[in-house]
Design a protein around this ligand. Structure first.
Ligand SMILES: Cc1cc2nc3c(=O)[nH]c(=O)nc-3n(C[C@H](O)[C@H](O)[C@H](O)COP(=O)(O)OP(=O)(O)OC[C@H]3O[C@@H](n4cnc5c(N)ncnc54)[C@H](O)[C@@H]3O)c2cc1C
Length: 449
């Protein structure tokens, strides 16, 4: 497909005008492994940029490229549930909603540690780590990944897993694809993930009329919660003149009463939320997720910056900084974190490419606008947030590769910490020419860019 074809426009639409100038020359809708291989070979033969799209949710539009070939994997969305092994095999172009729907058709309590937002692509999200509302109990998506089939830059299709039969190179690749991030090592054709049969769970939103009480309630979160419960905090400023509001998305294993008990003081008369929708839920039916996230609408620009904070880091000075930054936002803005830690910390920081195992709060600040003339002001705000909050991040730099940004100094250490050099080794071995390249791709040693 080329420009001018409505299907081309649909395939390249990522809901963010900021990257509207990234226009591939051709979009290939891949229905099979052979289609993927042919598109890749054509891009190589013509020496043009190449990129892969699954769900199209890359924050910085890296599924797109300028003037090259974009392979859209969305036709490859087959989901096969295996109740015997309690695993699900997912096509490289599926979104989480496809997985959730197929699982629910078998058993409404079946779940994978997939994205909270159902429209996120399984491929992109898994390669970067993958955070779910229940990651504190069961780990990141990559911690539940059983196998992956990937086409490398040489065109080989390889099966990766924890199998002892893999040679050393493929073992390294298996390490790298678990947290190394999308668009770096090959095209993921399918993944196999562990299924969890959930007992009762409670999910809901707690909101406060008064931001001060919300912040005091966050002190309870900061002092530590049991692994069965997670609190994702959200600050929203609906527009430049509106006040900032605070809410929490709470998720817990067990009943609502058990969840409230785990939250301790938060439900005390002093701190109790003004409103609570905490209720028994089935994850697949919980539709609040979309509301926290970005609108996939035409005419919207957005940008975001990310941070990973360690346990105990939600201190009053950090909260003051967040409040001041939000109050000063020149347009609609959101500050948000996913609550991780617990099970995610039980895997060593060098066991997979996902480095920030000691992270507790995976945060983003986002700003939205509709008029191009506001771009500089809004981007300035994002930079102010980055400058002010980065010192609070782990090692004064940590950020989540799946909340990827435009290039910035030190991105290698921010996303990968000490794992970056090993990732470069894998890249040099598996894609020495740097065929899979985008502005923040892992740099092979041999190719200077
Ligand atoms: C609204 C929204 C909600 C989100 N919610 C969550 C969440 O709950 N949990 C979480 O952990 N993250 C979340 N994210 C972040 C998300 O995980 C990343 O943006 C992820 O990269 C998106 O993957 P994608 O396939 O949708 O995007 P794409 O833009 O298609 O891909 C992202 C990157 O991965 C590459 N890629 C995609 N598919 C493949 C593949 N099959 N093989 C190789 N490379 C590939 C692309 O080339 C690109 O570089 C969210 C993001 C948004 C915008």
């Amino acid at each position: 497909m080329e420009r001018g074809d409505p299907a081309y426009d649909e395939a390249t639409f990522i809901g963010n005008e900021l990257y509207a100038d990234r226009r591939p020359a051709y979009v290939v809708m891949a229905h099979s492994v052979a289609d993927v291989a042919a598109a890749m070979q054509w891009a190589k033969a013509h020496d043009v940029p190449f990129s892969v799209k699954s769900g199209g949710h890359s924050y910085a539009g890296y599924c797109l490229n300028r003037g090259g070939v974009m392979v859209d994997l969305s036709p490859m969305q087959e989901v096969v549930v295996d109740t015997e092994s309690m695993t699900v095999r997912v096509g490289g172009g599926a979104r989480w909603l496809h997985v959730y729907e197929e699982l629910a058709a078998v058993n409404r309590n079946f779940m994978v540690m997939g994205g909270i937002c159902p429209t996120v692509g399984v491929g992109g999200a898994t390669l970067g780590g993958g955070i779910n509302l229940f990651s504190r109990s069961f780990g990141l998506t990559i911690d539940t990944l059983v196998a992956m089939t990937i086409m490398t830059a040489s065109g080989d299709v390889v099966d990766l897993s924890a199998s002892d039969e893999l040679d050393d190179d493929l073992r390294e690749l298996w390490w790298a694809v678990r947290g190394g991030g999308g668009g770096n090592f090959g095209i993921v054709l399918s993944m196999t993930l562990r299924i969890f049969e959930m007992g009762p769970i409670a999910i809901g939103s707690l909101s406060w009329d008064d931001l001060g009480t919300f912040e005091e309630a966050l002190a309870v979160v900061n002092s530590g919660l049991p692994r069965e419960v997670a609190v994702d905090a959200v600050w929203v400023k609906p527009d430049a003149d509106a006040p900032t509001t605070g809410s929490m998305t709470v998720s817990g294993l067990g009943s609502v009463a058990q969840c409230q008990t785990a939250l301790g003081e938060i439900f005390s008369p002093r701190l109790a939320p003004s409103r609570s929708t905490l209720s028994p839920q089935v994850f697949v039916e919980w539709d609040e997720a979309d509301k926290v996230w970005d609108p996939f609408t035409h005419g919207t620009f957005f940008y975001h910056v990310g941070f990973i904070f360690g346990p105990g880091r939600i201190t009053p000075d950090l909260l003051t900084a967040v409040r001041e930054l939000m109050d000063g936002a020149p347009s609609k803005s959101v500050f948000h974190w996913n609550h991780v830690g617990a099970a995610c910390t039980e895997i060593p920081a060098d066991a997979t490419a996902y480095r920030w195992r000691d992270g507790e709060y995976v945060a983003t600040a986002k700003i939205y606008w509709h008029d191009e003339t506001d771009t500089a002001t809004c981007m300035d705000w994002a930079q102010r947030v980055k400058d002010r909050l980065t010192p609070y991040a782990i090692d004064g730099r940590a950020s989540y590769i799946n909340y990827i940004e435009n290039p910035f100094e030190g991105w290698q250490e921010a996303y990968y910490g000490a794992n970056y050099e090993r990732l470069r080794d894998v890249k040099s071995m598996i894609d020495p020419e740097g065929f899979f390249t985008f502005p923040l791709s892992i740099e092979p040693r041999e190719v200077a860019r």
